[in-house]
Design a protein around this ligand. Structure first.
Ligand code: PLP
Length: 380
């Protein structure tokens, strides 16, 4: 029996490490800054493409009841497969696109960003590359980097469109394991025609991700209609934008069952909390009410486009709930001047191919008025 009572000292012969030594941060993360737009809560927030309409009181009551019910069994882990939620997401997507989809073709996670990260974990990784067409959603390269997936990008045309020829050439040149297409594209609002998506699918041995975060605002058809013919096609969606549920963190994906099985290999066990699953299911049951705001948002978007063009600014044609406008000699100064007047837009001008541009999303009629009045003062 040991009788030793003193505290352990250094092991004989070993060098002692200074306890203020630098953290062993990965070399590729040194000097990086975290992703994220400024959060200024007392401003008119038109910078992160949210739906401006909060849930109705009756939806709040239903959400509360469903979350309370889920709370009764919070001592237990949630359904690891989120089967009920995925079944309802499949039914929703089928209703919207006319494409029959089963639960085995749909996956869900905490925001489509988590879905996209799982895609990078399953299909990317060291020695592989992901391809994007910039300017586009700046989280795609960040998710690639976080999963040690190489990132290669090609520039979109001057008008931010993509041709089948351009994307096929890029796929042949880079042989990507993952190709990202964003439609409608963030931050430009432009859509990728389905012929282009199909051309990429036909040219790729890797997976092709169409990020459709803004699909419910778009008039153009969804890439979901191509799933049957292209088993390596993945279409990601989110409840954060048109669905007005950004705070709940729910994103999903439709693809072939083999892709869903691959994502199961990298997902954390029980990644979707019981509370999230319960809230998302209630929101889906109120899909018509939640999406009832889409027409109003698109109307404000079109109004902003008209007013800005009449004021002599350029606006990129958009099918999303936001628009890119400019050009400005000093976009950060315009951004600041708008914020000084209480309106927060997104300064995207430091991004690839975006010099001179700012992005604003459509809000309520009052928010639109605040934005347009502030901009009139600033560009006067
Ligand atoms: C907002 C956005 C997302 C969604 O993010 P969530 O994680 O679902 O909130 C995904 N892709 C694009 C292009 C976006 O703009």
């Amino acid at each position: 029996m040991s009788t030793r009572t003193d505290l352990p000292g250094p092991v004989a012969g070993s060098a002692e490490v200074p306890q203020d030594a630098p953290l062993p941060l990965r070399d590729d993360l040194v000097g990086r800054t975290p992703y994220g737009a400024p959060q200024v809560h007392d401003a008119v927030q038109l910078n992160v493409n949210e739906n401006p309409y909060p849930p109705s009181e009756s939806l709040v009551a239903d959400l509360g009841a469903a979350v309370a019910e889920a709370a009764r069994t919070l001592n237990r882990y949630p359904d690891r497969e989120a089967t009920a939620l995925r079944t309802e997401l499949a039914a929703y997507l089928s209703r919207r696109t006319g494409v029959p989809l089963g639960v085995e073709q749909v996956w869900a996670a905490n925001g489509s960003n988590e879905v996209l990260q799982q895609v990078c974990q399953a299909f990317g990784g060291p020695g592989r590359v992901a391809l994007g067409f910039e300017p586009s959603y700046s989280m795609h390269p960040i998710l690639a980097s976080g999963t040690s997936t190489g990132w290669v990008s090609e520039r979109r045309a001057e008008d931010f469109t993509l041709s089948a020829e351009q994307v096929v050439t890029a796929v042949e040149r880079h042989a990507p394991s993952i190709t990202f297409l964003t439609s409608p594209n963030n931050p430009t609002g432009t859509v990728v025609p389905l012929e282009v998506v199909e051309a990429v699918c036909r040219a790729s041995t890797g997976v092709v991700v169409v990020d459709e975060a803004y699909a419910e605002f778009a008039a153009s058809p969804s890439a979901v209609t191509l799933l049957e013919r292209h088993p390596r096609l993945l279409v990601t969606r989110t409840m954060s934008k048109a669905f007005a549920l950004a705070g709940a963190r729910v994103g999903y994906l439709a693809s072939s069952p083999a892709v869903i099985d691959a994502l199961r290999l990298v997902r954390l066990p029980y990644h979707l909390s019981a509370l999230t699953q319960a809230a998302a299911r209630v929101a889906l049951a109120h899909a018509d009410e939640l999406l009832g705001t889409v027409a109003a948002v698109c109307e404000q978007r079109d109004h902003i486009v008209d007013v800005l063009r009449a004021a002599g600014l350029q606006v990129v044609p958009t099918e999303a709930n936001f628009l890119l406008f400019g050009p400005f000699d000093d976009p950060p100064a315009v951004w600041q001047a708008l914020l000084d007047r209480g309106v927060l837009v997104r300064d995207v001008s430091s991004g690839p191919g975006l010099a001179g541009w700012l992005r604003v999303n459509a809000g309520t009629p009052d928010e639109t008025t605040s934005f347009l009045n502030a901009l009139r003062e600033v560009i006067r």
